[in-house]
Write a protein that binds this ligand. Structure first.
Ligand SMILES: [Zn+2]
Length: 158
């Protein structure tokens, strides 16, 4: 699945009425202020994975401050089991409430929809091919089975 670039553009001209007010950007990585027509700064939404395999924690950094060039808010949702951590850095998300909803939504689907993850070659969901040799096919089935046990433990707290 193709994910278009999403982000926020900020005018950095001090005497402009649009100074540091964010403008939503979709599919572009340059921003010209519509008021003073100068090239502004763009902060694109980005994703990062730390660790390997099953993702058990999702972090959403939100409420970006263009003055200090840092995120002021953080929402964390965790399954309380060992695993990898997925972080979304989003200048679009402004509130704590919205960040928590997004973190919960990501955690509920990320291990089954690896299009959310940009890192090439990373996929928590193993691909099973019927064309593989029997031993490899059997190994893949066992991997899937193990992953489902981990998910069940997380859901039912066994
Ligand atoms: Zn401007």
């Amino acid at each position: 699945m193709f994910t278009p670039l999403k982000g926020v553009g900020y005018c950095l001209t001090l005497d402009c009425v649009n100074y540091c007010k964010g403008s939503f950007l979709l599919g572009v990585d340059k921003f010209f202020c519509p008021v003073c027509n100068t090239l502004g700064e763009v902060n694109l939404e980005r994703r990062e994975v730390q660790g390997e395999g099953f993702i058990s924690m999702v972090r959403v950094e939100f409420d970006y401050c263009p003055f200090r060039k840092e995120y002021r808010g953080l929402a964390v949702i965790s399954m309380n089991i060992p695993g990898a951590t997925f972080t979304l850095y989003s200048p679009i998300v402004k509130t704590d409430k919205r960040a928590k909803i997004i973190a919960e939504s990501i955690l509920s689907i990320i291990n089954y929809d690896n299009t959310l993850i940009d890192r090439t070659g990373f996929g928590a969901q193993p691909i099973i091919s019927f064309d593989e040799p029997r031993e490899m096919f059997q190994k893949r089935l066992e991997e899937v089975s193990e992953r489902w046990k981990t998910v069940e433990k997380a859901i039912y707290h066994e």
